[in-house]
Design a protein around this ligand. Structure first.
Ligand code: AMP
Ligand code: ZN
Length: 112
């Protein structure tokens, strides 16, 4: 999508601090971290949010979760939270599917 911030980051048109990249997805540190470790994992293909996951792209989402398991192990994180906000009321500010991975501090439940 031409005017999408995360499509531009995925294409390398806007720089990011990369954690991991392959042909399907990109992981990069959040510009405004909410925990000592806070990175995002996005598909390179534009998907608006979890609400647009379907039988055709579910394999890509499964792959992203494999990358989360792999990269958290590589970074030595054994406790972390994975969050995806869907829609304005839930706090989604970038309309391109992304999973926040947060670690390194005590977390509260329920989330605010
Ligand atoms: P959400 O509010 O759930 O849609 O998450 C969007 C996240 O993207 C926020 O945590 C922002 O801090 C983060 N973000 C926005 N722009 C950038 C950027 N250029 N590089 C890295 N993270 C960003
Ligand atoms: Zn996009």
């Amino acid at each position: 999508m031409s005017n999408c911030l995360f499509c531009k980051i995925a294409a390398g048109e806007i720089p990011s601090s990369k954690v991991f990249e392959d042909d399907q997805c990109l992981a990069f540190f959040d510009i405004d971290p909410q925990a000592p470790t806070h990175f995002l994992v996005i598909p390179k293909e534009h998907i608006g949010s979890v609400a647009e996951v379907n039988a055709d792209n579910a394999g890509l989402v499964a792959h992203i979760f494999q990358v989360i398991a792999q990269e958290t192990k590589r970074l030595g994180l054994d406790s972390y939270r994975v969050v995806s906000n869907i829609g304005e009321q839930a706090g989604q500010s970038v309309p391109h599917l992304h999973f926040h991975v947060l670690a390194g501090r005590d977390m509260t439940w329920p989330p605010g």
